[in-house]
Write a protein that binds this ligand. Sequence first.
Ligand code: G4P
Length: 284
Amino acid sequence: MDIQWYPGHMTKARRMMEENLKLIDLIIELIDARIPESSRNPDIDRLGNGKSRLLILNKADLAEKDATERWKVYYENKGYVVITADSKHGVGIKQVRGAVKEACKARIERNRRRGILNRPMRAMIAGIPNVGKSTFINSLVGKASAKTGNKPGVTKGKQWISLGKELELLDTPGILWPKFEDKAAAMKLALIGSIKDEILQEEELALNLIDFLTENKPGMLKEKYLVVEEKADHEILFQIAESRKCLKSGGEYDTAKAAMFLLDDFRNGKLGTVTMEYPIVSED
Ligand code: G4P
């Protein structure tokens, strides 16, 4: 989903979130396993105060396995119930129901004490654009669901998807705005394709990616494109144009096209799994 984040759109997204939050017990927050912190919305903790929380490290198939495990432990230590998932291929989805129960334990117990039994937990999926919200919902809902339609007492027009006796899902996910102010985070968001490429030209973005990969993942570009990684970033991009035979009509090498190839390969996991940030664990 492409959204141009003008201030007006951010205000609208925030208002929608606030309105929908009144209806739910649980926020299922999706973040990108390749950049968990950079893909988290800065305001979600304040907005979601008082709600049960479940965190999904999505696109785990594109991230380094060890790093994703470390992030899982990191967020668990902060008190979240966490699942790692690859929604595109349905991996991790089976664990969601159990995790919902775990995340809503206190709430379910409170209801039980008040004599409210078997009331399904109402959940909303939330996350920044492109993190996989629709894919996750489709994977979770599968064929077994039924839309329950408008319910009395619930804001008109809201649709709930019933997932058995225990869980109801708001069918429209909450769209959260990414971290724009933090330059390093914005760069990573642009690299994974979560904020649009106009933030930086594709070629500039590709040069940043080359810089990151030669530094942090030596050998990765060499293996894929047979480039000499010791060269300057712009020369490596030129070599990628050669290796992928990106030519302009006049026969010159087309580095803009090579930049697109590189970004696509990276975003689709064709270079291998890459995590771009790791949890910082204080030693005390
Ligand atoms: P959104 O609702 O949060 O905006 O995201 P959406 O589900 O539309 O997913 C955005 C892109 O991310 C889609 O790719 C989707 O297939 C992909 N995706 C979602 N979850 C995962 C995952 O766990 N792993 C991987 N590898 N990809 C995931 P697309 O290129 O836009 O569409 P398509 O080519 O897959 O059809």
